[in-house]
Write a protein that binds this ligand. Sequence first.
Ligand code: MN
Length: 241
Amino acid sequence: MKPIIGITCGFNMDAGGRYYVNEPYVRCIERAGGIPLLLPGLDTKEDVKRLMQEVDGILLPGGVDVDPAHFGEEPIGELGSVEPRWDQLELYVARLALAWDLPLLGICRGLQLLNVAAGGSLYQDIPSQIKGHIQHTQKAPRWHASHAIDIEPGSILEELLGKEGIRVNSFHHQAVRVPATGFSITAKSRDGIIEGMESHSHRFVCGVQWHPELMVDHYPEQLELFRQLVRSAASLRATRV
Ligand code: MN
């Protein structure tokens, strides 16, 4: 039986309010052998919890900035858009997924959100807070692998992607600052910015700062991240039924 992967929905108030998930996330879960289920922000936490009981894994997608109040900071001038309803949903979903040991993949904002949910902190804005940084908001096409990363030997990322000459795309102005306890840093760009993290103590909890869902047509190995999420969710599913 195919596992169900919950994808948290973005939210904004444009056009009277809108829930959304970008198409490539849905397509990658489907291509990796999972069934995507879109999870909206709801007023009642018990209802979100009920939905979480129906899924075998979680994908936290990219999106707007995380509210720095969630890691004890005031907003600096360069902070971008924040969406409280989105933060509230994903902090709840991420913490529940960690508590239940549900397989989880966080992408871009999803990595940052995961780190904050687990007690870590973020840089609110790379250009104003980090000296000597390379370009992390690329002007190249969205699929293009614009900067190098170095992957930690022995990590899940190394298993999935190898470690030689890995390059990734980049669309972020925030980044992980202090990693949450219980997580390893598994990839960094050459300017020292954290590009990947994973948990020591869960079956599969992994975050990446790049956007593999936009790369898969040109760099097929990037689908392995989604395949690992689906495989891990499938093995959990097998123990539940
Ligand atoms: Mn980057």
